[in-house]
Design a protein around this ligand. Structure first.
Ligand code: SAH
Length: 218
């Protein structure tokens, strides 16, 4: 069962979480405000109520995880989101990252390849508060050509390589934030599409994500 009550205690724990993330180097106020705003415990089973505001990843079923808040903040900061930007997310999972981006004013298109996770978000009432998030049951490697081009692309699973179709679906001046690597540890990269289609690549810290897999799973 999901919790539905956001108490003063939860709000207090969120404040502490934000202070912790700030101490680890996140400076974008809009990112910090969004983390402060979003009740992360709603995205987890009530069994996790006590620990939902620890800066850790947790299991959400189907072998998947809700990303660590620091990682969510880190990727969100690298994306340099401005209100009304069209953002493509690969790996909806718990939908926590999607809601953080929506809180920052983004129009979010999020893709999940596992049917059970997709369906569970369909039944998640809290998400009705965010009409700016559109959910898709697809293979993220394909992106969403119908809704392209996007201002921003975020991949929240470990990508073995940068998916070419997702580069194609970016606007000129657009940016992609993607953890790249085939082992346990990936390198966070930010790729900017320049005038004429050339790509600029910047390399950031190392993280550990669940793998980005091909195809859909029923
Ligand atoms: N953004 C999520 C993180 C979930 S973990 C959150 O905030 O909770 C990564 C998710 O990516 C998993 O749910 C996994 O099923 C999904 N995934 C992996 N490969 C994918 C692909 N090719 N297309 C879409 N989703 C994918």
């Amino acid at each position: 069962m999901r919790p539905t009550e956001d108490t003063y205690r939860h709000k207090g724990l969120r404040k502490k979480l934000v202070q912790g993330i700030q101490a680890k180097g996140i400076t974008d106020d809009r990112v910090l405000d969004a983390i402060l705003e979003v009740p992360r415990h709603f995205f987890l089973d009530s069994a996790f109520d006590e620990v939902a505001y620890e800066d850790r990843a947790f299991p959400i079923g189907e072998g998947q995880t809700i990303s660590q808040p620091y990682t969510v903040a880190y990727q969100s900061q690298l994306l340099e989101i401005k209100p009304f930007m069209k953002v493509l997310e690969i790996g909806t999972g718990s939908a926590y990252q999607a809601v953080v981006l929506a809180e920052m004013g983004a129009m979010v298109y999020t893709i999940e390849r596992q049917k059970k996770l997709f369906d569970s978000n369909d039944e998640f009432k809290f998400l009705k508060k965010y009409p700016t998030i559109k959910f898709f049951y697809r293979d993220g490697y394909e992106g969403l050509p119908t809704f392209a081009p996007f201002d921003r692309v975020i991949i929240t699973a470990a990508a073995p390589y940068v998916p070419p179709k997702l580069i194609e679906q970016m606007k000129v001046g657009g940016m992609m934030v993607i953890p790249v690597g085939t082992g346990d540890i990936q390198q966070m990269k930010r790729i900017t599409k320049l005038e004429g289609g050339a790509l600029k690549e910047e390399v950031f810290d190392r993280f550990s994500f669940v793998p980005m897999l091909g195809g859909r799973e029923s």
